[in-house]
Design a protein. Structure first.
Lengths: 468, 468
C-alpha cells in the first residue's frame, strides 16, 4: 500500500482544490470544534472544518484524509457528552450539519430515509404530520442530530418500552475511510443476509465510517391519552424499589424517571416560589403510561407507589402533567447552578438500582464530591452528576480536577461490579476510554480493535476515541 | 503461528483423550448430521459428532479444531432451512443439545439466562409460569433451540409488532475459534460500551464463534384477550393490499399471515370435509390483534378487509379462533403433499408485496415450477415454496433439480430488484451463498469476509456457509 503522508498545508491545499468553498479555517469555527457538551476541550485547534453537502463531498474528504493519514473527526451538532466529536491538533473535522434533508417518508412502509445532519426534533415534527414518529428520544432531541443519535446508539426516556436507537434503524449508507460507499441493512422489516453491519455501525462513535444516509423504522403515533403520575418518597431507595416493583408487576411505563434527594432539592430551589408545594426532602418519581391500557396501568402504578411508602397523584389536566414533566426536565439546569457538572451515565440491571444509589452515596462520603443522581428507572440507567468548582460554574475552563475523575472512576467500578456498564447511552468517547478494557476484558478489547482495523486500516477515523 | 495439521485419526484421538465419552462416531449419528430441514444433504459423513455438556467442552473442541485446522459445524436441533448446520467430509460437528439448562429467570430484571440447546418452546413454557415470554416466534419454536434462533436471527409470525431475535437478546457468552471465552453485551437494558458484538453474533450462522450462553430480554405477558380475524379475498393481490392498508392506517397486528390462491387451495384439500366451508378459490388472510386495544383494532381491521373487497369474520369463540390459526399452520404440510418443497424466504418492503406476488406468478409461468406462497404480511416476508417432484415426495433424495434452482434464483433477483433481501429469517447457509454478493455488493462482501477472519483467522468455523 502506497502511503502519502503530507504536511498539513498540503492536506489543506488538496481539500480546497477538491472541495472549493467547503473548507473552513475561521478561528471561531476551529475553536468550536474543540469541545462538545461534555465540557471537555482539546488542547489545540484542528486543521480545518469541511462542511459537506453531499455523499460525494464525504467521499472526497475521506479519500484525502486516508491517503494523507490525517485523523478525521465526524461531527454535526456537537451535543455529545463523552467527547466523541472533540477535535484537536492535526485533525480534520467533517461537518455534516449541511446534510439535513428528509429524503423520503413512507407511511405504508413505515420508514423514513434521511441525511445524518437533521435534528431529531425536526424529523419528529415532520413525521407527526403523517401520524408517525421515530422512537429514539434522548433529552437532547431538539439539538442533536439523527446521525449523532445513531453514531452513539442514543437512548433517552422511552427505551424500556420503545427501545434504543439500534431498534429504530433498518439500514445505513456508510462511507468507509477509503472513500468507498456501502449500503447496509434493508428497507424490509426483516433481513438476515450476512452479518448485521448496521447494528455494528450503531454506537460506533465515528470510528468505523461516516453515516451519510439512514433508513429509519418508524412507529405509528400511540393512540389514546398519556397518563402522567408524579410521586414523592422519603428517600431514593423507596423510589427505586417502587420502580422495581412496577417492572416486576409486568407493567411497562413509557417513562419512569427517578430523581434522588439532592436532585429534588436542587429542582425545588431552582423552581423558587413555583416549587413551594414540593417536599423539603425526599425523592421524586415521574411516570407516564401510554396506549390503550394507560388509564388502568396508571391506577396500578399509583397503588404500587402507595404500597412502597410514597405519595402520588395522577395529573388531572394537561397543565398539571406538563408541570410534572417540566420538574424532571429542570433537573440538569438546576444542578448546573451548583457548580460545574460532569454527567456520568452508568447502567445496571434494574434490580441493582437500589444498590447503585447506595454505592454512589458511599463514594460521595468517601471522596467529598457531590454526586446528585437522576435515573431512567425503567431501564436502570443512572446519571450520576459529579458537581465541582464554584456555584454557577458553567462555562469554566473545561478541565476536570483529578479528584473528580477519581470519584467518577469509583462510580464506573461500582457499576461494573454490579453487572452493569460504563455507559448506558452517552458513549465512551474520550472520557471513558481508559475504562473500556475493564468492561470488555482483554480478549474482546483486542477483537474490537481488530474490527476497527478492518474498516479503517490506517486508523484515521476518530483516533483516540473509544480505544486508548 | 505454529500450525498443527493432523490426520483425521489424530484429530479423533485428541478429541477422545480430551473429551472422554463425548465423541460419537455412530453411523446413524454422523448421517443425521449431513442434513437439516432444508432437505439439503452433504456428500459424505462428517468425522465425528461431539456432544458438549459444558463451556469447557466447547472450548476444548474449538482448541483442537483450530490447532488441527479441522472445520467445525455447530449444531443442535438441526431445524435450519438453509443448510447452515449441514456437515460433510472432514468436518467435525459440535452438538449443543446437551447444554439446555435455564440458568436464571429474573422477573425483576425481566431477563433469563440460558444455555443454547434449550428449545424455544420449552423455555417459553417455563417463562409462562412467571408471567413472562421470550418474543422470537419462529414456526419451528417447538423443535428449534434458542441458540439456533440466535445464530439465525430467527423471525416468525410476531415480528412486525414484537421484533426479531436481535431485539430480544441482551448479551452472549461466546467461545471463539481459538477456545477463548468472551462475554458480550449486558444484563442492563441499555449499554453502549464499544461495538455491539452481540448484534454481530446474532444471525452469524455459526461462522464467528460458538454461543454457549445467552442473556435474553423478556416481555411481560400481554394482557387481555387476543382477537382473531379470518378473511378471504378473490385473489392474493386484494389480500396483500388489505395488509398494506392495515399498516398504513397505523394499526399493528400481532400476526398478519397471507396465503395465496395455490396455498389456500392446498389447505382446503388437506382439510378434507373439515374445509367444506372454505372458498373454492381466492386468498386467505389471518390476523390477530392483542393487548388492551385489541377489540377496537380488530373492528377497524375488519372494516379495512371489507373496504378492500374481502369477506371476514372475527372469531367469537376460542375454538373458532384456533381453527383459523390451524388452517394457516396446515399450509406447509398441505403443500408438502404436492411434491418436494424448496422453501424460500425473501423479504421486501411492505409496499412491494403486491408486486412480489405478481413477479412470482410470472416466474411460475415462465419456468413451469409451481410456487405457492405464504407471507408474513405484516413485515413483507414471503415464503415462496417451490414444489417439484412427485406428489407426496417428502423424504426424497434431497437433490434439488437445476430448473428449480434456476426458478429460485429468479425469485431472489426479483426480491433484490424490489429493494428486498434474499432471506428474511432463514439465513444464507449453503443454499443462498451464491447470491450473497449480489445483495451486499463487492465492497461489503469483502468487508464481511475480513470480519470473519478477525474472529476466526484459520477459517474453521462453519466454512463454506454464508460465504462461498
Amino acid at each position: 500500500m502506497q502511503t502519502d503522508r503530507r504536511s498539513p498545508d498540503d492536506v489543506l491545499t488538496r481539500l480546497s482544490e477538491s472541495l472549493p468553498g467547503r473548507v473552513d479555517t475561521a478561528a471561531e469555527v476551529l475553536t468550536a470544534a474543540r469541545t462538545d457538551r461534555s465540557g471537555h476541550r482539546s488542547g489545540a485547534d484542528p486543521l480545518a472544518v469541511v462542511h459537506a453537502q453531499s455523499v460525494e463531498d464525504v467521499q472526497a474528504v475521506c479519500r484525502i484524509a486516508d491517503e494523507t493519514r490525517t485523523p478525521l473527526v465526524v461531527r454535526a451538532a456537537g451535543t455529545g457528552l463523552a467527547g466523541g466529536a472533540v477535535a484537536g491538533a492535526g485533525e480534520l473535522v467533517l461537518d455534516l450539519t449541511g446534510m439535513d434533508r428528509i429524503l423520503e417518508v413512507s407511511p405504508a412502509d413505515r420508514l423514513a430515509v434521511v441525511e445524518p445532519g437533521i435534528l431529531n426534533g425536526d424529523l419528529n415534527r415532520a413525521l407527526a404530520e403523517h401520524g408517525l414518529w421515530w422512537a429514539p428520544d434522548p433529552a437532547s432531541k431538539d439539538i442533536s442530530t439523527v446521525g449523532g443519535n445513531i453514531a452513539m446508539n442514543a437512548g433517552g426516556l422511552l427505551c424500556a418500552k420503545y427501545g434504543v436507537t439500534r431498534e429504530a434503524v433498518l439500514g445505513l449508507k456508510v462511507v468507509l475511510a477509503d472513500g468507498s460507499l456501502i449500503e447496509m441493512g434493508h428497507r424490509s422489516v426483516k433481513g438476515v443476509t450476512g452479518y448485521d453491519l448496521t447494528a455494528l455501525m450503531i454506537g460506533s462513535e465515528g470510528t468505523l465510517g461516516v453515516i451519510v444516509e439512514a433508513t429509519l423504522a418508524l412507529r405509528p403515533a400511540v393512540p389514546g391519552e398519556v397518563v402522567t403520575l408524579g410521586a414523592f418518597f422519603p428517600d431514593v431507595v423507596a423510589g427505586a424499589a417502587t420502580a422495581a416493583a412496577i417492572t416486576t408487576a409486568g407493567l411497562v411505563p413509557a417513562i419512569m424517571e427517578l430523581a434522588d434527594e439532592a436532585t429534588l432539592a436542587a429542582i425545588k430551589d431552582y423552581a423558587g416560589p413555583d416549587g413551594a408545594d414540593l417536599p423539603e426532602e425526599g425523592a421524586f418519581l415521574l411516570i407516564q403510561a401510554d396506549g390503550p391500557g394507560a388509564a388502568a396501568e396508571g391506577t396500578r402504578m399509583l397503588e404500587l407507589v402507595v404500597a412502597n411508602g410514597g405519595t402520588g397523584r395522577i395529573a388531572e389536566t394537561p397543565e398539571e402533567a406538563e408541570r410534572l414533566v417540566a420538574l424532571r426536565r429542570s433537573a440538569f439546569p438546576a444542578l448546573e447552578r451548583l457548580g460545574t457538572p460532569l454527567v456520568e451515565d452508568v447502567a445496571v440491571p434494574r434490580t441493582k438500582m437500589v444498590e447503585m444509589f447506595a454505592q454512589i452515596r458511599e463514594i460521595e462520603a468517601r471522596t467529598g464530591v457531590r454526586i446528585p443522581t437522576a435515573a431512567h428507572a425503567g431501564d436502570g440507567n443512572l446519571h450520576p452528576i459529579l458537581v465541582f468548582g464554584e456555584a454557577d460554574g458553567v462555562g469554566g475552563s473545561g478541565e476536570i480536577p483529578q479528584h473528580v475523575w477519581d470519584a467518577a472512576g469509583e462510580v464506573f467500578r461500582a457499576a461494573l461490579d454490579l453487572g452493569g456498564t460504563l455507559t448506558g447511552e452517552h458513549g465512551v468517547g474520550l472520557l471513558k476510554r481508559d475504562f473500556l478494557a475493564a468492561e470488555l476484558g482483554e480478549v474482546q478489547d483486542e477483537l474490537q480493535r481488530r474490527i476497527k482495523a478492518v474498516f479503517d486500516p490506517h486508523g484515521i477515523m476518530n483516533p483516540g476515541k473509544v480505544f486508548v
